[in-house]
Design a protein around this ligand. Structure first.
Ligand SMILES: Cc1cc2nc3c(=O)[nH]c(=O)nc-3n(C[C@H](O)[C@H](O)[C@H](O)COP(=O)(O)OP(=O)(O)OC[C@H]3O[C@@H](n4cnc5c(N)ncnc54)[C@H](O)[C@@H]3O)c2cc1C
Length: 406
């Protein structure tokens, strides 16, 4: 039980959810949710998808209106935390004010990894993480003609698909030999490469951007490691993120590629938890430490911590799932496919509706589905129930997945 206020640093998916879940679980103490962005807490995934494409206003992204926070007595505090005094159980804010905590939840998320090449700081070299980035890119998409996207990860490709739909010439640069190489199987990479190519997006694999070319402050193109030069008037960079660990590290808490927490999402200090994109957590189920960047991970972490703080202390055992919308295609991933050595396809690639069932030996690790929501939901339910199906069953179109759940 908590002796004092629960103070939550960061009002993204994880921070918002922990505050909300605390109230849902009947927590009666003070809840302070620190928000250092100039908007009510909002959803991030649409920033590179529907929001970027459409005309909706920022209100459409908000988790809840202002009134919700007052009704739930969640103190939404516009502030950036700068220091933790663990001995005094105080959090220092950039304004100079301090907040006492009974328990501190670090939900500081991640920030974009910045490109370190000549001219990378020009006005038309952009990133996409926060609402203001998406707003800004909407305007630039409307006024620019040619964009080079650096990085063929989820965000780069989602942006590329939208820019193409909006009529821009689009080139995507990727250092790896295939798109989304860190996240999906070869089969899924190849499908999306072909789909983007069919829509007119040019994807260049195995190349690095070496410099942004400019005329004064105006971007004129990008130079590549293979000597080519691609003209453009806009560059969008999606080369991954860095977890925001500094607040924890400066307070003496162990960090590595995230703030280190145990199976219960507690840091080395029992009065401080870390959740969401910033947390490197111990996962017995997946054998080792994991840091995931997904809404599922952020919200399930948050629910786990809220349960612990209200008396139900269990190790975190969330089932990973993820999605990405690229053009007309919806990719959904259930489970973690890292370490797979065998892929079984189900469905029809030509019909643009199929799933890649990923196995290590006979052990089903995950399912990557393209426009097959049924397979995805099956995977989530199967993994939650601790079940599996054999590669032969997955490959058999006559095999009824529902039976496997029963
Ligand atoms: C464009 C985009 C598209 C995405 N699409 C998908 C998707 O389709 N599916 C999916 O599952 N995931 C997607 N993600 C990832 C998902 O949004 C993140 O995993 C999720 O937002 C993580 O939540 P979080 O609360 O841990 O971190 P964040 O959402 O990053 O929130 C952290 C917050 O903490 C604040 N903060 C940091 N330091 C401090 C401080 N010292 N004091 C106060 N506040 C601080 C930050 O400003 C930020 O507001 C996407 C992300 C982006 C950027």
């Amino acid at each position: 039980m908590v002796d004092g206020a629960v103070v939550i640093v960061g009002a993204g998916h994880a921070g918002f959810q922990v505050a909300t879940s605390l109230r849902q679980l009947g927590f009666k103490g003070r809840v302070c949710l620190l928000n250092d962005e100039p908007h009510l807490p909002y959803q991030r995934p649409p920033l590179s998808k529907a929001y970027l494409k459409g005309n909706a206003g920022p209100d459409s992204l908000m988790f809840r209106p202002q009134k919700f926070y007052a009704d739930q007595t969640i103190e939404l505090i516009a502030a950036h935390a700068v220091k933790i005094d663990r001995a005094a159980r105080k959090l220092m804010l950039a304004s100079g004010a301090t907040l006492d905590y009974g328990h501190l939840v670090l939900a500081t998320g991640a920030r974009n990894r910045l490109l370190d090449i000549p001219n990378a700081n020009l006005p038309n070299v952009r990133y996409l993480r926060i609402l203001d980035d998406s707003e800004d890119l909407r305007r630039r998409i409307a006024s620019c003609k040619r964009v080079v996207v650096i990085g063929a990860g989820f965000i780069g490709l989602e942006f590329a698909a939208t820019a193409r739909i909006k009529g821009l010439e689009v080139d995507v640069l990727e250092l790896a030999g295939r798109v989304m190489a860190r996240a999906v199987t070869v089969e899924i990479s190849e499908y999306f490469q072909a789909r983007h190519a069919a829509s007119g997006v040019r994807i260049h694999l195995g190349v690095m951007a070496t410099a942004i070319e400019a005329d004064g402050d105006e971007v004129t193109g990008v130079s590549l490691s293979d000597g080519r030069h691609i003209p453009s008037d806009l560059v969008v960079v999606g080369v991954g993120v860095l977890p925001n660990v500094e607040l924890a590290a400066e307070a003496g808490l162990p960090t590595a590629s995230g703030i280190i927490v145990d199976q219960h999402l507690v840091t080395a200090d029992p009065l401080i938890s870390a959740i969401g994109d910033c947390a490197l957590f111990e996962s017995p189920r997946f054998g080792g430490s994991l840091r995931l960047e997904s809404v599922q991970n952020a919200t399930d972490h948050a629910r786990c911590v809220a349960a612990r703080l209200t008396g139900d202390d269990k190790p975190y055992d969330g089932q990973p799932w993820f999605w990405s919308d690229q053009g007309d295609d919806k990719l959904q991933i259930a489970g973690l496919t890292t370490g797979y050595d065998r892929v079984v396809l189900r469905g029809d690639v030509a019909q643009k509706a199929f799933s890649a069932f990923c196995y290590h030996g006979d052990r089903l690790l995950g399912i990557e589905s393209v426009n097959r929501a049924g397979d995805h939901m099956f995977g989530r339910r199967l993994f939650s129930a601790g079940g599996s199906i054999t590669p032969e069953q997955a490959a058999d179109p006559g095999f009824d997945l529902k039976k496997a759940l029963a």
